[in-house]
Design a protein around this ligand. Structure first.
Ligand code: CA
Length: 228
């Protein structure tokens, strides 16, 4: 099956770089250069994934994230030169699956697209319940966490936090999402809970908790469970 991607980007050089590298990977690529053009295409025909720049000549790509997410489940990957954490959090909370900060490599773009597709695909089919990378093995169904061939003993809260990251493996999960999932919607400001429990998880899981291999910090935004 050929996967269709819609690339929304007004910068001609970046657009053609994405178009050609995605075509080489076997994607069928459509492009748009503005919010209005993308909006018209999306009304007509839905792609399998949306790759979206934010700074567009006739508006902010953010409006497309909100409009698409209201009605559709397709993966949305934002590519942007914006670096502010607040904006990235806003995007992720609005329903973007992930973001790439410009400049990025083709390899990075493809890896993030694969993760976003897998995530959306698996939430439609079966939820992710098994995570394996290097010496770490997490089986959510069996509630079993193993590292370096040892079974690790986690508290219920540590396990809940880890499970949330496993279900989103490879994607950044915002502080708000994690706090809501693990403690509840009234705890979204309690980021110190996360620092505490993430410290405990790292102490149990990581070979060197100061240089985490698995539980990665996205400074000011959230955490990501490494998949590569
Ligand atoms: Ca732009």
């Amino acid at each position: 099956m050929t996967l269709r991607v819609l690339v929304v980007e007004d910068d001609r050089e970046i657009r053609s770089m994405m178009q050609s590298s995605l075509a080489v990977e076997g994607f069928s690529v459509q492009t748009a250069v503005s919010v209005s053009e993308a909006g018209a295409l999306l009304q007509h025909d839905l792609p399998d994934i949306l790759v979206l720049d934010l700074g567009l000549p006739d508006g902010d790509g953010m409006v497309l994230v909100q409009a698409v997410r209201k009605r559709h489940n397709l993966p949305i990957l934002v590519v942007s030169a914006r670096h502010q954490e607040a904006q990235k959090i806003q995007l992720l909370d609005a329903g973007a699956d992930d973001y790439l900060t410009k400049p990025f490599s083709v390899g990075e773009l493809l890896a993030r697209i694969r993760v976003a597709l897998r995530h959306r695909g698996t939430t439609l089919a079966a939820a992710v319940t098994l995570h394996e990378l290097d010496d770490l093995r997490i089986d959510l169904t069996e509630r079993l966490v193993q590292s370096r061939n040892q079974i690790l003993h986690l508290t219920p809260t540590e396990f809940k936090l880890l499970a949330c990251l496993v279900r989103n493996a490879g994607r950044v999960v915002t502080h708000r999402q994690l706090l809501t999932d693990v403690w509840g919607a009234e705890f979204t400001e309690h980021t110190h809970y996360l620092r505490l429990y993430m410290g405990q998880l790292r102490a149990k899981i990581e070979v060197d908790p100061a240089e985490p291999r698995h539980l990665l910090t996205e400074t000011g935004i959230g955490y990501r469970l490494a998949t590569v």
